[in-house]
Design a binder for this molecule. Sequence first.
Ligand code: BT5
Length: 269
Amino acid sequence: MAFNVIRNMKLDVLQERLQTKRFGRRILFRRVVDSTNEWAKKLAEFGVEEGTVTIAEQQTAGRGRLGREWIAPKGGLWFSIVLRPCKSVGEATKLAFMASLAVAEVLHQKYRLRTETKWPNDVMVNGRKICGILAETSISNSKLSYVVLGIGINANIHMDKYFVASDKPLATSIQDELGREVRLPSLLRTLLERLEKLYDLFIMKGSDSILEKWKGYATFLGREVVVQDQNERVSGIAHDIDDGGALILRLEDGTLRRFFAGDLSLRSK
Ligand code: BT5
């Protein structure tokens, strides 16, 4: 497979400064790729080591959940990381929470953005989506073989070029929020360091502590929300996230109902 080893985006400088043991020790860069997740999955099948990162300036077929389109022009931070946790498949699905927590923490601490996590996998600022996560697991002989964690952050992009005001969900970017561009290599470095720290915690202590921290950013908890799953739209109060990462909704009649997948939005008054 042909690829450029990192010459662009000053990734060589980034790697010199990077304070991680595994994450980002190998970074593969292309200007244009269909999807960094697809690329990382191919590499994972070839057996690349844990922590390998694929990154592109631009994706032509960036993907969200359920095959949805992810808009990924130049200016964003689009990357994927290969993980090989010795965990059950169920536990590994919670790595998406780890990724959105890392992004929420880093964008808050580095740029003072008021980040919020939104179930199941978004990071929001002022109610608008700034980051999406796509975690894909590969299973062989009923055992987890690898996870590719795809992270898309709208960084130096004016989102109104891509999302007109009536589009749902509305999107934002770091540039839209701060009124200036940010340095992508520096953002990537900070993120890889945070991701590795949280991943070590996840490996040693399990997902509970990750979920607890994630809930600290989950401002939708306790509020009236609507959940759209594949078949229905249900409204209620977002009661909690359970140990398995499912959303617990309190329905109007007081009963609790769990959702394992779906899209959540705040209920407009
Ligand atoms: C996600 O899916 O939010 C996961 C997005 C993951 C993208 C990364 S980029 C690196 C890696 N490589 C990939 O190919 N993917 C990953 P979901 O929750 O299904 O949200 C998708 C929906 O978000 C779309 O249907 C749009 O409504 C909206 N959307 C698309 N592009 C967006 C953007 N750039 N910013 C905000 N919202 C967007």
